[in-house]
Design a binder for this molecule. Structure first.
Ligand SMILES: Cc1ncc(COP(=O)(O)O)c(C=O)c1O
Length: 396
């Protein structure tokens, strides 16, 4: 079989790369196969590399503004992929999504306010709330048929009892890989309307949907019935985390102005020439690459699922989106510490579930956006780790 572009190994060591070069200090062992932080081991597409090289020709990199044409690039992408017509005034560029979460929280809430989040969820949600002195109110997700579902009754009870001021939602869900159904999102919108709560929707994974799946932007569904700040970016999709940019969508003029004012206190200008070049190329010319990527990731996911079933009690959650697999070992009755130690001893760095909230205990997250050969190695390291742990237990 001929090799595809995603099979190519791109050397990332000694590039100050958090995933490969930063693993040793975090996991305490050199030469680990890193399947943790969410970026990809694939080269960005040629169209982006070409645009970045061309950008160098401008030779001077002074203060830069986002041209109207960049907004049109975003509008076209949203229209084509989500059939979502977004006015250009709704778009505010910002370097990355995590800082946009902070910006949105600052604009919508004040110190001491309570913010509803799911559990488990992308760990910086907890960190941002803590740093900003907002209080997380967590609603545990339910599991049915090997997938996460929101517990809407619990969400409403918590909104009432805890006097929640804002909802922060991850859609599609990291780490669970769920694309929330429009019906589920509608229920959250109804809660927001009923209790007059704003929503912050982190939709950074919206493009990374597995073949046949479709993401529903929450603000499109809400159609102005409640306040929603949407956070999106081409950075996960096209592997541009170190470059950016991201964008914030709001549909209320005053709120947009507030966001811009708050942003100026933190960062100016809101964009740089490399971000403009990368994003334009990604959204104008990157679609085919993205579709091939999604097929490749699906192949990786199928591989991991097939092989991990060799261990009774390991369960990969069914996933609709993201290149992150969320895998339960809860039935094996092993502690997180011993599982993590066994992973590291066998040469693989994975993210342990409790960092995504208490409900993540008994799970680990595996980043499969890496050439198949690494996925094969990582899967056999995981299998060996569990085989050793089970064998050690049988000998006690
Ligand atoms: C849900 C979610 N939001 C935000 C980010 C990070 O975005 P950025 O690198 O633009 O800050 C990630 C990265 O994994 C993510 O999963």
């Amino acid at each position: 079989m001929s090799k595809c572009i995603f099979d190519q190994i791109v050397e990332r060591k000694n590039t100050n790369c958090v995933k490969w070069d930063g693993a040793e200090s975090l996991y305490g062992k050199p030469q680990l196969l890193p399947m943790w932080i969410a970026d990809m081991d694939f080269s960005a597409p040629d169209c982006i590399l070409g645009a970045l090289k061309e950008c160098l020709n401008q030779k001077i990199f002074g203060y830069t503004y986002a041209p109207e044409s960049l907004k049109q690039v975003v509008q076209s992408w949203l229209s084509k992929h989500y059939d979502w017509k977004v006015p250009s005034e709704a778009i505010v560029f910002n370097h990355n999504v995590v800082s946009s979460i902070s910006l949105a929280l600052r604009v919508l809430t004040k110190k001491g306010d309570k913010v509803l989040i799911h559990n488990p969820v992308y760990n910086p949600f907890f960190e941002q709330l803590k740093q900003l002195e907002r209080v997380p109110v967590v609603s545990e997700l339910d599991i049915h048929d090997n997938r996460y579902f929101m517990n809407v009754k619990d969400m409403e009870r918590k909104i009432n009892e805890e006097n929640v001021s804002c909802i922060l939602i991850c859609s599609p869900h990291n780490p669970g890989g769920r694309i929330w159904d429009p019906e589920e999102l509608q229920v959250v919108i109804d809660l927001a309307v009923k209790y007059e709560l704003p929503i912050i929707a982190d939709e950074i994974h919206s493009d990374l949907v597995l073949p046949g799946m479709k993401h529903q932007p929450m603000a499109q569904l809400a159609a102005g019935k409640c306040t929603i700040i949407t956070l999106m970016a081409p950075t996960k999709t096209f592997n541009l985390a170190a470059i950016g940019p991201s964008y914030i969508l709001t549909f209320e003029r005053e709120l947009t102005e507030k966001i811009k004012r708050e942003q100026k206190l933190m960062v100016y200008p809101e964009i740089n020439p490399f971000q403009i070049a990368a994003m334009t190329a990604a959204y104008e010319k990157g679609e085919q690459w993205m579709n091939e990527l999604l097929d490749y990731v699906k192949g990786n996911s199928d591989y991991v699922r097939k092989h991990l079933t060799q261990i009774n009690g390991l369960r990969c959650m069914d996933s609709d989106a993201t290149y992150l697999m969320w895998i339960s070992y809860a039935e094996l009755g092993l502690s997180e510490q011993e599982v993590n130690e066994a992973f590291v001893a066998n040469g693989v760095a994975l993210q342990m579930g409790s960092m995504y909230g208490e409900a993540g205990n008994g799970f680990f997250r595996m980043n499969i956006a890496t050439p198949r050969v690494n996925v094969e190695k990582g899967t056999s390291m995981v299998l060996r780790a569990f085989q050793q742990l089970m064998a050690a237990r049988a000998n006690v």
